[in-house]
Write a protein that binds this ligand. Structure first.
Ligand code: NDP
Length: 274
């Protein structure tokens, strides 16, 4: 973990940048195109999108216009809930590829554990993986009980579980579970959707000459978590990647760990209605 493009090794040997850009709520067209291009220019190599974000076409356009070779980038997308099931997922994957203008993705995820559907969906991801169209496959928003259920029949162990994870929801039990199963944890809403106004973070940030956002993202990196902060603001895209010239000490890591209150900004995977 020495620079913005540094990678971790997933359970199938694929290298994935530990840091990347999230693009949920970035509008398709100029907004997402400019954000992704600014990120790539700042050294980002990983982009996290999803079919439901409606901006895969813009992400694809930015990739093309970035001038960085495709194989140096790591592109994640996800199958949306309404498309879950075997055949529907295969079709959704092809639609995502077409929008992105790519012939493979680096990581394809089951976006949410839709009851009664996610196992069939996983079979489709295994087929996509076997066909070489996704370099790795994984899940998102899976609790340990969802993973236990999936693993009972899975041929491929998910490489990643992308979940909400930040100082107010540190997910220690899930992290332990995923470590045991060799599933990498990836944090969504790492910046608590912009709710950064916590005195403890301000105090730590001022001591390191950093911002609360940088302190939080550094906390993720030092806990060996993959992290994908979203911003469409060029200065913040730069700021969020400027994490490699300082290290939080053990005491400050523990202070941030102690902020946990199991507080979600998004839905609980046991209780979602979309
Ligand atoms: P984040 O926690 O990344 O926060 C994004 C918000 O914080 C935006 O409003 C952004 O504003 C603001 N922000 C960014 N950087 C800074 C900064 N340095 N200082 C102050 N404010 C800042 O939220 P997301 O929910 O977007 O999560 C990140 C990514 O995770 C998503 O984009 C998506 O890719 C993924 N995700 C996945 C989910 C899943 O179910 N798998 C669910 C939710 C997210 P602005 O853009 O205006 O600069």
């Amino acid at each position: 973990m020495t620079n913005v493009a540094s990678t971790v090794t997933l359970n199938n040997g694929v290298a994935m940048p530990q840091f990347g850009l999230g693009v949920w709520k970035a509008k398709d067209g100029a907004e997402v195109v400019e954000a992704v291009k600014a990120a790539i220019a700042a050294g980002y190599r990983s982009i996290d999108t999803a079919a439901v974000y409606g901006n895969e076409a813009g992400v694809g356009q930015a990739i093309q216009e970035s001038g960085v070779p495709r194989e140096e980038l790591f592109i994640t997308t996800k199958v949306w809930n309404s498309e879950q099931g075997y055949e529907t997922t295969l079709a959704a994957f092809e639609a995502s590829l077409a929008k992105l203008g790519l012939d493979y993705v680096d990581l394809y995820l089951v976006h949410w554990p839709v009851k009664g559907k996610y196992k069939e969906t996983w079979k489709a991801l295994e087929k996509i993986y076997a066909d070489g169209k996704a370099r790795a496959i994984g899940v998102s928003n899976f609790h340990p009980h969802h993973l236990d259920d999936l693993l009972a029949d899975a041929k491929v162990v998910p490489a990643v579980n992308q979940v909400e994870l930040h100082p107010l929801l540190s997910q220690e039990e899930l992290r332990r579970y995923c470590d045991e199963k060799k599933i990498y944890v990836e944090a969504w809403s790492p910046l608590m959707q912009g709710n950064l106004d916590l005195p403890v973070l301000q105090e730590i940030a001022s001591r390191y000459g950093k911002t609360p956002a940088q302190v939080i993202l550094r906390w993720h990196l030092q806990h060996n978590i993959i992290v994908i902060p979203k911003s469409v603001t060029p200065s913040r895209i730069q700021e969020n990647a400027d994490l490699f010239d300082f290290e939080l000490n053990a005491e400050d890591l523990a202070k941030i760990d102690a902020l946990n209150e199991n507080r979600r900004f998004g839905a609980d995977p046991d209780n979602f209605n979309f």
